[in-house]
Design a protein. Structure first.
Length: 109
């Protein structure tokens, strides 16, 4: 009677693992392990460049408490003659009569 195939395969796998283990031991037999000595970290001096020191503007350390509100600009009534509609709801200020005629012609052409 011959050896069954599953036993033969199991034996071949076992032999392959043994061979791999022997090669691994042979490969690392020459490598010696050594323990490193602890060396505390010592930071190196950072690289800097020499830049001349320019004095800044000296101001007082006082911070103003409040500023008066700006007066809003108001129309005095001297420049604009009227308001025209250019296109839909686009209001345009009219400064003189010639400009009013031009806008009227643009709307009709």
């Amino acid at each position: 009677m011959s050896t069954p195939a599953y036993k033969k395969r199991a034996r071949q796998i076992m032999h392959a693992k043994q061979k791999e283990k022997r090669e691994y031991e042979k490969l690392f037999a020459s490598v010696k392990t050594f323990k490193r000595e602890f060396k505390p970290y010592v930071p190196t001096k950072p690289v800097t460049r020499d830049v001349p020191k320019y004095p800044s503007l000296t101001t007082s350390d006082a911070i103003p408490t409040h500023c008066p509100k700006r007066e809003s600009p108001k129309y005095t009534g001297n420049l604009i003659v009227g308001i025209a509609t250019m296109h839909k709801s686009n209001a345009v200020p009219i400064i003189n009569k010639k400009q009013a005629e031009e806008i009227a012609n643009m709307r009709r052409n």
